[in-house]
Design a protein. Sequence first.
Length: 117
Amino acid sequence: MSADCLFCKIAAGEIPARRVYEDDDIIAFHDINPSAPVHFLIVPKMHIASMAQLEEKHAALMGRIMTLVPRLALEQGSQPYPEGGFRVIINTGAHGGQEVPHLHVHVLGGAHPWKHE
Ligand code: 5GP
Ligand code: ZN
């Protein structure tokens, strides 16, 4: 855990969030300011600042996060592929539009989520 990191505090239960999934290594919760009818974040509990810090040792963790995406997207109300589907975004660094410096995967679903930006 990194001191004063918002998502570390959510992962530790120190700040409340509307959780959609949790295991020993991963937590997923609704975005507080949703950009689409379905909008949640999947977050490794381990503090990794962004995708820019990923190393080979993180491959299994990131693989698990990515394979959670379709399951949680459907559970949260996105419609099945191909008529439905979802959008995945990982903002990285200032140029990538990242605001919270703890790696997180945005999952957006519902009709035309890209129109809600
Ligand atoms: P970023 O721009 O870093 O990719 O996205 C950060 C996201 O975190 C934003 O979509 C923002 O709405 C969300 N967020 C910021 N603070 C909180 C919070 O305290 N709780 C939750 N659930 N989401 C947050
Ligand atoms: Zn953190």
